[in-house]
Write a protein that binds this ligand. Structure first.
Ligand SMILES: Nc1ncnc2c1ncn2[C@@H]1O[C@H](COP(=O)(O)OP(=O)(O)OP(=O)(O)O)[C@@H](O)[C@H]1O
Length: 254
């Protein structure tokens, strides 16, 4: 089988809490994989561990056959694994265009603040990225808002801008943390359309999401996480009809 992203026995502890506890999941090339599960299941920690923001205590991550366990964010991004970063409120006075350009995390730093501190480097990259940034804003339907302060964007428009920022890094795999959260229904449909379109072009996705409509619409497969590990994997229909999953969501001890 084509090996894309394979997570084996990943463990990450915070004090006495095992946020990930021997988590084994795989994300397939060219597919949208949902990472779902009740609050505190370890979904965000998994995204963080895959993108250098949480160092695993045990286990392994392999991407395209190469061991990438614990690599820093910029190194994962260079390999083609990129996660979306929330647009922080303090940068709301920057225009949409500037916000897109200031945030190529694999280049200038892992955070927006890091990107700001690395300004000279950023200016050089800005010129190279400007044309591509315009193209991507058009792609996600935000070009008409390019000169507006990004703080004025709605929740859904911010999510679209986050996807554009991830795309600027020319990834193979995009990891999205709750793309449907705080998004109005029309823009949620727009995000669903965009993810499907990008998948058709060969991009792969891993999506952490509580909005089951969005998961059902875009995910080829889902892994249901509970208590730091994968409980059930399969299609959305298979997973959500599994009694163990129902129990996990209802808070019944596994
Ligand atoms: N930085 C941290 N420090 C301490 N505990 C943490 C930290 N990050 C996560 N945890 C704990 O690890 C567990 C898993 O958290 P995580 O955020 O990964 O779950 P989640 O599935 O993303 O939850 P949600 O759906 O509510 O966002 C929780 O018990 C959480 O309190």
């Amino acid at each position: 089988m084509d090996s894309f992203l394979d997570v084996r026995g990943l463990t990450r502890r915070y004090g006495g809490v095992a946020a990930l506890d021997g988590c084994t999941v795989d994300l397939a090339r060219g597919q949208v994989t949902g990472l779902i599960g009740p609050n505190g299941a370890g979904k965000t920690t998994l995204l963080n561990a895959l993108t250098g923001l949480a160092k695993p205590d045990a286990g392994s991550v392999t991407f395209e056959g190469e061991d990438v366990t614990g690599l820093a964010a910029h190194r994962m991004a260079a390999k083609g694994v990129v996660r979306s970063f929330q647009i922080v409120r303090e940068l709301g006075s920057l225009t949409v265009f500037e916000t897109l350009l200031i945030a190529p995390p694999h280049q200038a730093g892992e955070t927006l603040v890091g990107a700001l501190l690395a300004r000279p480097k950023w200016w050089a990259q800005e010129r190279a990225n400007a044309a591509e940034a315009r193209r991507l804003l058009e792609r996600v339907g935000l070009l008409k808002l390019a000169d507006q302060p990004s703080g004025m964007l709605s929740g859904g428009q911010k999510k679209l801008l986050e996807v554009a920022r991830a795309l600027l890094m020319q990834p193979k795999l995009i990891l999205l943390d709750e793309p449907g959260a705080g998004v109005s229904p029309p823009l949620r449909e727009e995000i669903i359309r965009l993810v499907r379109e990008l998948k058709a072009e060969g991009l792969s996705f891993g999506i952490v999401e509580h909005d089951m409509h969005l998961v059902e619409e875009v995910c080829d497969r889902v892994h249901v996480l509970a208590q730091g590990r994968a409980l059930v994997s399969g299609t959305f229909a298979e997973a959500t009809s599994d009694p163990r999953v129902v129990d996990a969501y209802l808070g019944v001890a596994a």
